[in-house]
Ligand binder design. Structure first.
Ligand code: MSP
Length: 477
């Protein structure tokens, strides 16, 4: 059975979603929508959700005035916020992950017990640095020259000396190398695989627990009520527990993890090592994208340059927000965006582009007074054209290609001037061709701009085509 299980990372429940989270989620959503068309709804399973345990969550709950006994209320509040943000941007997830789910917690403990039973866990003292922002122990290569974290504030980095359980990650390094080398786990783009292979030459064992007095908001380590499971370990296990909760464990064989470059190592080295130790097959694929920066800087609350999904929707509508985010996909390198450039792209590609072509052609169709019966293009028609870039996760290229077709269509309209044609036979012929091309474009953009696509398809499949304007109102600031 050809299936796809596609996942986003589960985001820390310590703040609100921004365009970086929205990017990964929208890419995954577009792929899910694409695969539902080609494989059938039941053969695709798409998860996103929240990572609700650990220090970052504890710290922000406390900052917002929640006592430890009320942390659950805090994450409930965050979960409804994120769910609302994703629901209002047409994210078609099949399951919204929450790691405070009871089945997940039990599943995580059982999974760790499997690592213990495999002889891959031992107790030792950890000495070193921990970044509370990344929720990870910093190796020397993770640290800046001054011994801090390149991604988080200096006060987020703490010196630790504590008893932890360790996982024998080093033992698995050669196996993981082989899996990546042979593309048994296929990482796209290639450069992100090369990075992992280089780091795999020097691998230390991994601490997988924290003393309960340091991190109380977590899942208890099996067989030890003084330690909680390291939040990253528990979070990764969501990819299996979600299938368990949904009653679809057989989908595991087609798992694809979409992640940002910051968590490549966790997903493509640590996670498969756990899977092998616990007796599971590794995931199949992973797309590791780079980062969006805003006005040349990393996205940060303290810099005040955060762009939220809500703000995007207010400015550009749901499909506008999705289009602009996907168009700026930082495929290999980081990509920078500014509000000015987003406005310009919106006006060029959506207001003057797709929106204008729809308005022009539907008006011509209505004025002609003809009845139309356009052949409806099936998914297979365009699937063949996009399947390669989709397999490479080049959603930006797919959009580029569709917009090139739109430009061809505009050229055709300008050259054949249907508004000036007087012979009804020629006019019908030209309009049928051009409306047919527009319908193909509308079908093609469905995974990316689902609402707009459906609106255009609804208009063009009526016998009497009605003039339709205002899909993307022009922005003037
Ligand atoms: N909770 C962990 C993930 C556990 S998955 C088992 C975590 N959460 S996070 O909230 O920090 O989200 C990280 C992910 O958000 C990144 O991997 C990436 O997918 C996305 N992004 C966060 N900032 C981003 C940008 N500035 N640009 C693009 N994506 C970004 O890590």
């Amino acid at each position: 059975m050809n299936t796809k299980y596609i996942t986003t990372p589960i985001y820390y429940a310590n703040g609100s979603p921004h365009i970086g989270h929205f990017l990964t989620t929208t890419v995954t959503d577009a792929l899910a929508r694409f695969y539902r068309k080609s494989l059938g709804d039941d053969n695709v399973f798409f998860t996103t959700g929240l990572d609700e345990h650990g220090t970052t969550v504890e710290q922000s709950a406390i900052k917002e005035g929640f006592a430890p006994a009320d942390f659950q209320q805090y994450v409930n509040k965050r979960a409804s916020e994120w769910q609302k943000a994703f629901d209002s941007t047409a994210i078609s997830y099949d399951y919204f992950v929450r790691t405070t789910n009871t089945t997940h917690k039990k599943f995580a403990q059982d999974f760790i017990q499997k690592l213990v039973d495999a002889g891959d866990v031992y107790k030792a003292t950890y000495t070193g640095k921990y970044c509370n922002g990344c929720e990870k122990f910093l190796t020397l290569s993770d640290q800046t020259a001054n011994g801090f974290c390149p991604l988080h504030r200096e006060d987020q980095v703490v010196e630790l000396q504590e008893e932890n359980y360790f996982f024998r990650l080093a033992k698995y390094a050669p196996k993981i190398r082989a899996l990546l080398d042979s593309n048994t786990i296929k990482i796209s783009p290639e450069a992100k695989k090369t990075e992992m292979l280089a780091r795999l030459t020097d691998v230390a064992d991994l601490s997988i627990s924290r003393p309960i007095e340091k991190v109380g908001w977590g899942v208890l380590f099996p067989g030890d009520d003084k330690q909680t499971v390291y939040v990253w370990v528990e979070a990764l296990i969501n990819y299996l527990s979600s299938l368990e909760i949904a009653g679809k464990p057989e989908l595991w064989e087609s798992a694809v993890h979409l992640v940002g470059k910051d968590i490549n190592w966790f997903h493509n080295v640590i996670w498969p090592a756990f899977l092998l130790s616990a007796g599971y097959a590794p995931h199949k694929e992973s797309f590791v994208h780079s980062f969006l920066t805003v006005s040349g800087q990393k996205i940060s609350k303290s810099l005040g340059n955060t762009i939220t999904p809500d703000e995007l929707v207010q400015n550009y509508g749901i499909d506008g927000a999705r289009y602009l985010t996907l168009k700026n996909l930082p495929y290999k390198d980081d990509a920078d965006i500014t509000w000015d450039v987003l406005d310009e792209t919106y006006n060029a590609d959506l207001a003057n582009g797709l929106g204008n072509t729809v308005a022009r052609l539907t008006k011509l169709a209505q004025t002609s007074g003809f009845d139309f019966d356009l052949p409806h293009p099936t998914a297979e028609l365009w699937h063949a054209a996009w399947v390669h870039p989709i397999a490479e996760y080049r959603l930006d290229l797919v959009l580029y290609n569709i917009w090139a077709q739109l430009a061809e269509l505009d050229k055709h309209i300008n050259e054949h001037t249907p508004w000036a044609l007087t012979d009804p036979i020629t006019l019908r012929e030209i309009l049928e061709y051009e409306l047919g091309e527009l319908l193909k474009i509308a079908v093609s953009v469905e995974p990316f701009l689902p609402n707009t696509s459906q609106k255009i398809q609804a208009v063009l499949t009526e016998r009497r085509i009605v003039a339709t304007s205002g899909l993307f109102p022009r922005i003037q600031r």
